[in-house]
Structure formats: C-alpha cells, structure tokens
Write a protein that binds this ligand. Sequence first.
Ligand SMILES: O=P(O)(O)OC[C@H]1O[C@](O)(CO)[C@@H](O)[C@@H]1O
Length: 396
Amino acid sequence: MPDTPAPAPAAPVLLGNEPGSFPHSVLARRHPAIIRQVREAFPYGPGIRGALDALLESCTDGVIEPLPAGAPDRDRWLSWGLGSHIGRSWFDVPWLWSESYFHRRLLEATGYFAPGAWQGVDPFRPTKLAELDSAETDEELTALDGLLTLPADEQAQALLHGSLWGNRADLSFRLSAGDPADAAPAPALVADDSAALWSLLPAAGTGTLCLVADNAGRELIPDLLLVGHLLSAGRVARAVLHLKPHPYYVSDATTADLLDALRRLTAAPGAARDHGRRLWAALEDGTLTVRAHPFSAGPLPYAEMPGDLRAEFAGAALTILKGDLNYRRLVGDRLWPPTTPFADVTAHFPGPVAALRTLKSDVITGLDAATEAALVAAEQQRWRTGGTHALIQVRR
Ligand SMILES: O=P(O)(O)OC[C@H]1O[C@](O)(CO)[C@@H](O)[C@@H]1O
C-alpha cells in the first residue's frame, strides 16, 4: 500500500450547456453582444457584416465549424482539438475552448487574418484607446507622484495592488456587468500570499520575472509600472512580458497595446513619464523583453503548454499570471471545491507561480473554509463572478 493517499479526482471541466449558469450566459448573451460591438466599431462593408452575422448564427444556434483551408493557424488549432469539436454545439465543448475559438472566429470574420484591407486591424482598438485616454487613466497616472514619498516596500505593495485591481473590469466584462452601484461595497482580498510573492523577489535579485499580461489599458499600465519597479528596485535582473499575438477576449493586450501604453506614459507629466522612460530604456537594452507566444491565445489549460514555454517559465524566479482567464487556464477551468489547495492544482506549473486576479468566473481554489463560508453568507455565490473580490495566490 502506498503511504500517501491517491490524489483527489479532478473536478468537472466547465461547460457552457447549463442554462442559468455563468458560462452559459457568456456564450448565449455576452458573445452576441461582442459581435454587436464589433459591428459598430468600424464601417465594415457587406462582406464582413455578413460574416459577423453568420458567426452570430453559428455561435448561438449552430455548431463549431472548421477554419478556412488557408488559415495560417489551422494546423495549430487542429493540434488544440479542433478536429474533435467540429460539428458540436458551442455549448457542449469545454467552455474555455469554446470562448477561445469564438474570439478566433470573430477576428476571422473581420478579415484580420486574410490578406486585404482589414488585415491586422484590431476591432477593439477604439474601445481600448478610449480607456487609455480617459480621465480615470489621468487620475491613476497623477497618483503615481504621491508614491514617490513612500518607503520602497510600501511603493512596491501599492504597485502590486495597482496591478491586481487593474484587472477588476476588463472591457468584455463591462458588456454584461450590472450597474456599478450594484457592486459589493468593499472589495476584498479572499487570499493574500503577497508575503510569499515578495520572498521570491528579494532585494538584489538576479533572476527573471515573467509577467503574463491580461488586459490592455488600465490593467496593462499598472502591470508595466510593477515590472518597471521590480527592475529598477533590483528585485529581478530581467523581465519578460507575455502578450497576446493578436486581439483576444476583447481587451487582451497585444504588442500594439503595449506601444500605446508606453506612449501614454511617456507623454504624461511627472512620475508617470519617468516610469515610461525607464520602461522604454529597459526594452531598448533588453532587460525587458516581450513575447507573443501562440499558446497565449490558445484554448487549453497551462498543464498542456508546449515545451518552449514550459522551459521559459521553468527558468524564471517567478511567473505572475494576470487575470481571470489566466487563472482558469492555470487551475484547469474546473469546478474545484473552493478549499482545494492552490499548490495541488498548480503542481504541473514548471516554476514558482503567482496568480493576481479579480474573481470573474466560477473557478476558485485555495480558499480557507472560514473565508468561503463568509463569502457565501454575505453574497451566496455572487462573489465568484462579480469582479469585486480579488486574490494573490502563490505556489513556490
Ligand atoms: O480579463 P480577464 O480577467 O481574464 O477576464 C476575462 C473573463 O471573461 C470571461 O471569460 C467571460 O467572458 C470570464 O469568465 C473571464 O475569465
């Protein structure tokens, strides 16, 4: 008999086929709303409008269809399971897969991948730029001046929280979230391993930080500020920023969004401009590098990441995964009992890993029983999806 008990069986993978569930509402309501938003973003001609209408029909009442024969990433999607999903309802395959393929098909419909006038045009750029140019962004950048007088540790903690709460409201989330007045009055951390996080990033650190970014705009800016601070404070010697290779999940950050964010920072007054200039220089001298790995916009959990990405994360002193979707991919997009240890479900990850996430889907692990009970008592199950709670979880 073995000394250690067999691991608990994996929890069920989330599907979107249960009416009334959060995943079902995303497929049935949020995706059509995203198509409507894209239709209005640009004066697309009849061909693209027709393709968007066809996608709307397919994703609500139809089945998953193959990619066109000439699609540059057709083989990749086949290796990610497309072959076994063709002909099935979008609601009956893993929710993670279904959402990811929806965003791939949406770009296809706008002509993003095919040679032609619309190739490479991000349909979400107008909303991303509006957010970047907003008064809220001005306020957040101005607040940086006030950080300068704080002791280094407090600055670091403030920048960590800026990055964490920057994930609160991605642009797709806003399409279906209720009125902000309905939100819980006191956003709260449901798990806080920040001490463990800082212990992995000691002063005079010689290692590399990987930060796997999530949304552009008001999330990417605080992510950049955190990375820049960790570099200039000497907690890491190098940093690698993982972005998406193409627009994804409405507001996910691409290289173009990084450049917009850097321009915003360097054009700002005060401390923001200094941060921007240091980040610019770090990119130029190679202490900060950028990746846009295809797997970053893939439909699979991180347990199935390819070898090159695995090797990269294995070599990092710490990998920070930002946001709800990265969390779902990290722990497998399964309905785990909330007290399932975070270390168990992330044991597959090749190096130390931290999740910085506001809660926007049913998936959760690593809670203590008292915290779960308090959340349920106060909000039933709404705390899981409302975006008003957050977590910092770390596995060394
Ligand atoms: O930008 P984030 O934090 O990854 O959140 C995106 C979120 O959008 C949803 O997929 C729904 O569309 C969430 O469940 C999801 O994880």
